[in-house]
Design a protein around this ligand. Structure first.
Ligand code: NDP
Length: 438
């Protein structure tokens, strides 16, 4: 019996684990998080957080403006994936399928952001209208996400012949790479709607605050840092197709609702909160936070980039053909070092991968998460000035929990995949996130 099968058997025989995984987490997540977002939008604008408030209940169904905004956002995102352009072939699934993606992320991001800013010249009230209708927009996205996930559930169960509990498949998803109207569902929901909406909302909130005239220094620092981060994301979008979200998580409520509703609400919360509760951060402090935040975004980018350089070389025909005495790319002025990591894929085929041990990846195993957290700190902290970190810095605390949990999730995955090679890697690079500490 292979190591993977042994681990699977151990998990399946663990009835408590299965009870929590199948019966507790899905309903808890559905009730708690879906309700939490409606409460958050009320708290963020200083209104009663009671979910039974009649006015707030009405917002769950949206309104004409919100439906127009949501329909246009989805249609525009689909157009971005339908237009002809370069294709990026993603990493192979355990079954050997390599999904194609549209590789025009940065173009889509710049065209959308610039167009949105230019539209303000014709409709100067648009940012304020968006801010005023956030609860309704969110209500519409909740309905859309629910409908999408019902379709994903039935379509996925039909194709995969899944025998998991229905609610678990709804929550966790059935398929890794489903398609809707010719679009990859995860590229559509995660990148083209969720993250683009993050940018559009941040612009709308900062312009609303600009018009109100209070706390502009802090709001600008938040907005500029998030804009740099999002531009960086779209520039690197094809790298995102190698991450856990895409290669490991299936398209279900957890991921698709998360990107359609949770990201626009929680990831923009500090900017949204500042409109009703302006930051008292001075211009000098805001500039320091801005500079430190930019440095952290750049380091986070650099770490992801180093892994991408290494993966490109590792998968290159030249390396596979053994051409050149040493074709290794250089990091920090030295040829890269790595640990060969053979593994067996789901079809039973032997494969060869490698774990980078030089550059930033020789310092800590998840340095990208550390700098992701630091830049998040610098763009959420302005909202805490004058109002305290709770709830204004909620996104930072959420990400702290998410990324620390993700470290263990990722390491479990790598341990199961690479076994002894992963063990050797943890000996060569002993720290997870912070050298000498953790
Ligand atoms: P990583 O980019 O760290 O990818 C982890 C995978 O990389 C592992 O599963 C393994 O996959 C491979 N790997 C691990 N160590 C090495 C190594 N030394 N050499 C080569 N390959 C290695 O994590 P994520 O995909 O989670 O994150 C990507 C980016 O997204 C980061 O910048 C992160 O901060 C950001 N992020 C942001 C979030 C947010 O909500 N704001 C949430 C999550 C991530 P394999 O099986 O291919 O070997």
């Amino acid at each position: 019996m292979s190591r993977k099968q042994q681990q699977k058997g151990a998990l399946e025989s663990n009835t408590f684990y299965n009870f929590v995984r199948f019966k507790v987490v899905p309903p808890l997540f559905l009730l708690l998080f879906t309700g939490a977002v409606q409460v958050l939008v009320s708290i963020g604008r200083g209104q009663s957080p009671c979910p039974l408030d009649l006015n707030q209940c009405k917002s769950i169904c949206g309104n004409a403006f919100a439906w127009k905004f949501v329909t246009f956002s989805i249609f525009w995102a689909m157009v971005g994936l339908w237009v002809p352009g370069k294709t990026f072939i993603g990493p192979a699934t355990p079954e050997g399928y390599r999904p194609p993606y549209k590789a025009n992320g940065f173009l889509y991001y710049t065209v959308t952001s610039i167009s949105f800013i230019l539209v303000q010249l014709i409709f100067p009230d648009l940012p304020h209208l968006i801010y005023e209708n956030v609860p309704e927009i969110l209500g519409c996205f909740n309905i859309v996400a629910f409908a999408l996930c019902v379709w994903l559930l039935f379509d996925g169960r039909r194709k995969k012949k899944s025998r998991n509990p229905l609610l678990y498949d709804f929550y966790r998803g059935c398929e890794l790479h489903p398609k809707l109207f010719g679009c990859d569902v995860k590229q559509l929901t995660n990148c083209r709607i969720g993250l683009m909406l993050w940018q559009v909302l941040v612009i709308a909130f900062v312009l609303t605050q600009w018009r109100n005239g209070d706390g502009v220094a802090g709001a600008m620092t938040s907005a500029i840092l998030q804009t740099i981060y999002l531009a960086k994301f779209f520039h690197w979008e094809t790298g995102y197709f190698n991450t856990l979200d895409i290669t490991y998580d299936r398209a279900g409520y957890y991921l698709c609702w998360g990107c359609l509703v949770w990201v626009p609400v929680l990831y923009t919360f500090h900017s949204y909160h500042q409109v009703a509760f302006p930051s008292t951060m001075s211009t000098g402090t805001a500039n320091v936070a801005l500079l430190l935040g930019i440095a952290c975004v750049l380091v986070n980018y650099r770490i992801d980039y180093e892994k991408q350089v290494f993966a490109t070389w590792w998968n290159s025909k030249e390396r596979k053909a053994g051409k050149g005495s040493d074709s290794r790319p250089r990091l920090w002025s030295r040829p890269v070092s790595f640990i060969p990591a053979p593994y067996v894929d789901a079809t039973g085929a032997a494969r060869e991968s490698a774990l980078l041990t030089s550059g930033c990846w020789g310092v800590a195993r998840h340095g990208n998460y550390t700098f992701e957290l630091l830049c998040t700190f610098f763009w959420t902290v302005p909202a805490a000035f004058g109002h305290g970190p709770i709830p204004s810095m909620l996104y930072f605390f959420f990400l702290l929990a998410l990324l620390v949990h993700r470290v263990y999730r990722d390491e479990d995955k790598c341990q199961a995949k690479y076994g002894p090679a992963w063990h050797k890697y943890t000996k060569a690079v002993p720290y997870r996130m912070i050298p000498f500490i953790y």
